[in-house]
Design a protein around this ligand. Structure first.
Ligand SMILES: [Zn+2]
Length: 227
């Protein structure tokens, strides 16, 4: 049960939110821009208004450059046909690099993790970007992820080790186990990054040294699931 004070606090907060939602804009164009900008993750209406006003202060060329970069990104970006990393061609620069160890594939959730691991400078293998992790709460099942293409890569025979580098969350663990089961009939070593990354942490937020060490000190997945 809520006490009177708590109810009052909720009432005040609601009023503040309503006030913000009903904020009057002097121009529909400005309001539209704020609506669009605030639809971005992590951008509230206050920040959106600040960004829109910033655009207005700069010359038109600045906004044109901004808009065309976003449009070009959305329209022209390609995904590597091997690892599903973002690239400008059919194959990303990592997959196309013959100096990399193509027999070691690091499985990550998203492109952000490829960038984070690349920044450590500790990994010379290649990647496989799943495009998310299994999360029934968000309606994401194995079929929504690039798991079949990972199995296909392993089935082709060149891959000797699969390094699972997913977030150390319940969803990450579920995805790890699903992949482990899918690959169990193949002659491939499956390892998991060391838990230098604390439980519940997301890979992209781990610092470079910790993440680098986690890749180097990876352990066999088989050992990690033994109770
Ligand atoms: Zn690639």
């Amino acid at each position: 049960m809520f006490c009177k004070r708590e109810i009052f606090r909720i009432f005040v907060r609601r009023k503040k939110i309503n006030k913000r939602m009903n904020q009057k804009y002097p121009s529909v164009l400005l309001e539209n821009a704020v609506n669009e900008l605030s639809s971005l993750p992590g951008v509230g209406r206050k920040t959106a208004l600040r960004l829109a006003l910033h655009m207005l202060r700069r010359d038109v060329g600045y906004t044109e450059g901004f808009a065309s970069a976003l449009l070009a990104l959305r329209r022209d970006v390609k995904y590597c046909k091997v690892c599903h990393n973002i690239c400008d061609d059919n194959m990303c620069s990592i997959c196309a690099d013959h100096q990399r160890d193509h027999s070691t594939v690091c499985v990550v959730e998203n492109i952000k993790e490829v960038m984070a691991i690349e920044n450590t400078g500790q990994f010379r293998g290649v990647y496989h970007v799943l495009g998310g992790i299994i999360s029934p709460m968000d309606g994401i099942g194995p079929g929504d992820l690039q798991i079949d293409s990972l199995v296909q890569r392993v089935a082709e025979g060149e891959v000797k080790e699969v390094v699972l580098a997913l977030s150390t969350t319940m969803e990450g663990d579920t995805t790890n186990f699903f992949i482990y089961r899918k690959l169990s009939s193949y002659d491939v070593k499956i390892s998991v990054i060391a838990r230098g990354v604390s439980i519940g942490d997301e890979i992209e937020y781990a610092d470079e040294i910790t993440l680098g060490r986690s890749i180097v000190n990876r352990t066999s997945f088989n050992d990690s699931i033994k109770v």
